[in-house]
Write a protein that binds this ligand. Structure first.
Ligand code: ATP
Ligand code: MG
Length: 316
């Protein structure tokens, strides 16, 4: 395993707006504005790159914003296979309020893609998937895509013995389960979207463990990773449950930490780490992501430092 591909159809321009003491209903002048290519898959690529990998990204872009995305990806040195579309790509706004430690995300729905454009994605994907050992499906789908897209793409892959990782939500995630990906990484919200019963899950960890074990029993997905933000992360590895507390970090911006976790996991697989060390690298990358303003931009030395500190415990 070496080649990592990232499929992220709903690419975007992310604009990080730094606004102190942000509250809705007022007029603000951000103290800083940072535009860059965005969309979950871009964050994943950045973190894999920070860890020394060379991922390839596949997604739709359209219009002027699409051109801008392509340019920004090039500047960052992210290999990109573009499926160009007619409709305009989206802009997402991330409001970072360091004073209140509150992060607000405004994700536009994204362009509408046509059936012809989706067919082109399939064609590109088939080529793309040929030499990939690990394929990560990351983020939401643009309008016009069926929620079964990730599920269908997995089926449509060039060979069956690939490692598939799925990080999305709702129906797209639920339908992907049937293809038995190697790993899924819902946050608590997304996890309750598949198993229902949010209040019950929030109630206590025992309930979460029970639902995780039940989902493993019905799907046999080797890794089910439920991230809980500052409450840490619960791993189901072949039905055994592990927990890692969040590290006590001073957060600059936590958006994209789930994406960083996915990237750390993939690199752990590439580096053939033990399953415990795969979990440690996942948490270390997620934690490092909280230390910088821009999603997916993290420092290798932060990851290394956190890697030494992460503790994984088996829980029952
Ligand atoms: N405030 C925080 N303090 C410490 N660690 C954090 C914090 N927020 C996130 N993390 C780390 O990052 C991991 C993933 O975060 P989270 O559960 O918020 O992912 P997510 O909701 O998928 O995020 P996104 O989709 O924006 O990438 C957590 O399990 C934790 O290890
Ligand atoms: Mg996420």
């Amino acid at each position: 395993v070496e080649n990592v591909g990232v499929v992220s159809p709903n690419l975007a321009v992310d604009r990080v707006q730094v606004i102190e003491k942000f509250s809705p209903g007022n007029v603000y002048r951000p103290t800083h504005t940072y535009p860059a290519a965005g969309g979950k898959g871009v964050n994943v690529c950045r973190v894999i790159k920070a860890l020394g990998g060379k991922p390839t990204l596949l997604g739709f872009t359209g219009g002027i914003i699409g051109k801008y995305i392509i340019q920004k990806l090039k500047e960052e040195g992210i290999d990109f296979i573009d499926v160009s579309i007619k409709d305009e790509s989206r802009v997402c706004t991330l409001i970072v309020d360091g004073r209140k430690n509150v992060f607000t995300v405004i994700n536009e729905r994204g362009p509408r893609v046509s059936n012809v454009e989706i067919k082109r994605l399939y064609r590109e994907y088939r080529e793309f998937s040929k030499d990939k050992d690990i394929i990560i499906f990351s983020g939401s789908l643009p309008q016009g895509c069926q929620p079964s897209l990730y599920c269908e793409l997995m089926k449509f892959s060039n060979s069956k013995d690939k490692i598939f990782i799925v990080d999305t939500s709702g129906e797209a995630l639920r339908l992907a389960l049937a293809q038995k990906p190697y790993m899924i990484k819902p946050n608590l919200e997304e996890f309750s979207g598949i198993v229902g019963r949010k209040e019950y899950l929030l109630g206590n960890v025992k309930n979460l463990i029970r639902e995780l074990k039940r989902l493993y029993a019905t799907t046999v997905i080797p890794w089910i990773i439920v991230s809980l933000g500052r409450k840490g992360v619960v791993f189901s590895h072949e039905g055994r449950i592990y927990y890692s507390e969040a590290l006590p970090v001073k957060v600059v911006n936590s958006i994209g930490s789930g994406d960083a976790l996915v990237a750390g996991f993939a690199v752990g697989i590439v580096q053939r780490k033990s399953f415990i060390d795969i979990m440690r690298l996942s948490v270390a990358a997620a934690s490092a992501n909280t230390q910088t303003l821009y999603p997916g931009i993290c420092k290798k030395e932060d990851i290394d430092k956190f890697y030494e500190k992460v503790k994984i415990e088996e829980i029952h």
